[in-house]
Design a protein around this ligand. Structure first.
Ligand code: SAH
Length: 195
């Protein structure tokens, strides 16, 4: 098997692994009553951007090789490094789901029994699930040697993140007030010690 074929398989396994982690939580949160939801339509548009960049565009490249003109050489170093970053991303993704539990939602929502989580991975950054998605985007960039499909994850998820994060923090401040203000003051957003 070529290393390029291996990269494609690893990308596919990553996608399956990601969904296997998320699926049980999707079922669990369905039963929670929502008391506040922000910018539903806008959220749908942002989620579409993210799905295109992290899923559809690389998926098309993996399945068909398109857009071929943008391909560049691939080495074993990229395969190993990309796989390692992908594993790190899935590990963090699982931790954030465990820590956030029933407070998690796909779009911006507050549940009836919402609790502010500040422990576990939430001790180090206040948006660790978004850190996990940025790690995924990085893994995609390293694993997919294509100038369009490789960086598509950063573009798609980056749009979701930058248009959403301010609104999410506004919603958390409206709900938890000074408790969230203090939490914001002691934690960076996604990268420990940096941002
Ligand atoms: N931004 C967080 C959570 C993503 S899930 C992260 O990247 O890890 C999005 C939902 O999580 C939001 O609708 C919000 O209600 C909830 N949320 C965000 N931060 C939270 C926290 N610290 N405690 C509890 N819920 C939180």
């Amino acid at each position: 098997m070529s290393i390029l074929a291996a990269a494609k398989i690893i990308w596919g396994l990553g996608l399956v692994g990601w969904y296997a982690i998320r699926f049980p939580f999707e079922r669990r949160v369905k039963r929670e009553r929502v008391v506040d939801a922000r910018s539903r339509l806008r959220e749908r548009v942002l989620l579409t951007c993210s799905t295109l960049g992290l899923g559809v565009v690389p998926g098309i490249w993996v399945a068909t090789g398109w857009p071929r003109f943008a391909n560049y050489p691939f080495t074993l170093v990229q395969l190993v490094l990309g796989t390692a970053v992908f594993l790190a991303s899935l590990w963090l993704f699982r931790r954030t789901h465990k820590d956030l539990g029933k407070n998690w939602s796909v779009t911006l929502e507050i549940k009836e029994k919402h609790r502010l989580i500040t422990e576990g991975v939430y001790r180090h950054v206040r948006h660790p699930m978004y850190s996990a998605f940025f790690l995924w985007a990085l893994a995609q960039l390293i694993l997919i040697p294509n100038a369009v499909a490789g960086p598509a994850g950063f573009v798609g998820f980056g749009i979701l993140f930058f248009f959403r994060v301010g609104q999410e923090e506004r919603m958390m401040l409206d709900t938890f007030g000074d408790e969230y203000r203090a939490y914001m003051a002691r934690t960076p957003r996604v990268v420990p010690g940096l941002y």
